[in-house]
Design a protein around this ligand. Structure first.
Ligand SMILES: Cc1cc2nc3c(=O)[nH]c(=O)nc-3n(C[C@H](O)[C@H](O)[C@H](O)COP(=O)(O)O)c2cc1C
Length: 338
């Protein structure tokens, strides 16, 4: 093997081994702080030792057209290895987010991504259009919202509705468009396929898993909203499986995946990256460890060094050992470069 030219050697020395890209955004690290777990981008900045340098991007709380007070309390309950939440999309509305919150964020530190929700296709489109005319780096569509015109069926469980939302938002923004998939979609690959055909630049998987907790003494559901969304380590194996199913579609369409669901430490991040995710989300872990990204970055660097790997591009699962290719027609797709 011949030595690379000197200027390439210099590049190798200065290259950040944790750098990656997601839907055209250059991320300093593959770690993305997830929607609903960091407020509107400033909830962790007062934590001693917190630094955006260990974070590739931050996704803001779900935003609707009008302000929303959210669900009745209680909104959170701890479950075995998990967290059940029904926040109900409390937010000040897109105009307040753009006019009052975005100007306070230091956009030079990391990428800030909006999380868009709505009860109708029109609402998703309007909120996306307002964000398009803002300094936000990208738009993530949270298609787990119920479609009020279709009797409360979630947009994300129906491929045609998911595609309609994505296509409508695609028409009003040239910013990178991420679509966040629900584990309730059966099969999730069908929704992944529909939204990539409708113009999604990246797929995010998975959102929370529907759950319920009962207070046997008060003889009622614990959460004010009744049911909620389960997150945290309890959902991690489900997330890995769903991400592997989404990756089959994503590889064929040439779009990256932001893997998430119960990721709590370096090994969990590595599992997602080895599977083929381009970036990995941290959500519930931040309530327990706001500095998780710092620790995980150190762990990733240690892993790369231990196995003599130059960067995330070199992370590969033993060919098809997770059975992901077999699930999608036996096609032995190549892992795209990170
Ligand atoms: C308290 C809480 C609020 C959340 N709010 C949103 C939201 O507004 N929009 C959204 O797309 N996902 C929301 N999520 C889902 C997370 O972004 C993430 O997809 C999910 O929790 C799985 O990752 P995790 O297990 O690492 O938390 C929320 C999760 C939690 C725990």
């Amino acid at each position: 093997m011949t030595s690379p030219p000197a200027d390439n050697q210099d590049q190798a020395v200065t290259r950040n081994p944790l750098a990656t890209t997601l839907a055209g955004l250059e991320l300093a690290t593959p770690l993305v702080l997830l929607s609903g777990c960091v407020g509107f981008g400033d909830s962790l900045t007062r934590v001693a030792g917190f630094s955006h340098a260990s974070v590739g991007a931050v996704i803001l709380k779900g935003t609707t057209l009008q302000p929303s007070v959210g669900a009745a309390p209680p909104r959170l309950v701890e479950t075995p290895s998990g967290l059940l939440n029904a926040i109900g999309l409390q937010n000040p509305g897109v105009h307040a987010v753009v006019q009052r919150i975005l100007p306070r964020l230091d956009m030079s530190q990391t990428h800030y991504i909006a999380n868009v929700c709505g009860g109708t296709v029109e609402e998703y489109r309007e909120v996306s259009a307002v964000f398009d005319d803002s300094p936000i780096a990208a738009i993530e569509l949270n298609i787990s919202c119920p479609n009020i015109k279709a009797g409360g069926i979630h947009f994300g469980t129906d491929p045609a509705m998911a595609a309609a939302v994505t296509a409508a938002c695609r028409r009003v923004t040239s910013k990178p468009l991420l679509v966040k998939l629900s584990p309730s979609a059966q099969p999730i690959a069908a929704v992944a396929q529909a939204v990539t055909e409708a113009g999604a630049d990246a797929l995010c998987a998975i959102n929370t898993v529907p759950g319920l907790a009962i207070d046997v003494h008060r003889r009622r559901a614990i959460l004010g909203a009744g049911g909620g969304g389960l997150s945290g380590p309890a959902i991690r194996p489900i997330a890995l499986r769903k991400v592997s199913e989404v990756l089959g579609v994503a590889r064929r369409a040439g779009v990256p995946v932001l893997g998430q669901g119960g990721v709590s430490n370096t090994e969990d991040v590595l599992a997602m990256l080895l599977l083929g995710a381009r970036a990995v989300g941290l959500g519930t872990v931040l309530f327990d460890d706001p500095l998780a990204a710092n620790h995980i970055c150190a762990g990733l660097l240690h892993y790369l060094e231990r196995y003599g790997l130059a960067g995330l591009d070199d992370l590969r699962l033993q060919e098809d050992s997770a059975g992901t290719e077999g699930t999608h027609g036996g096609h032995k797709a190549q892992h795209p470069p990170h």
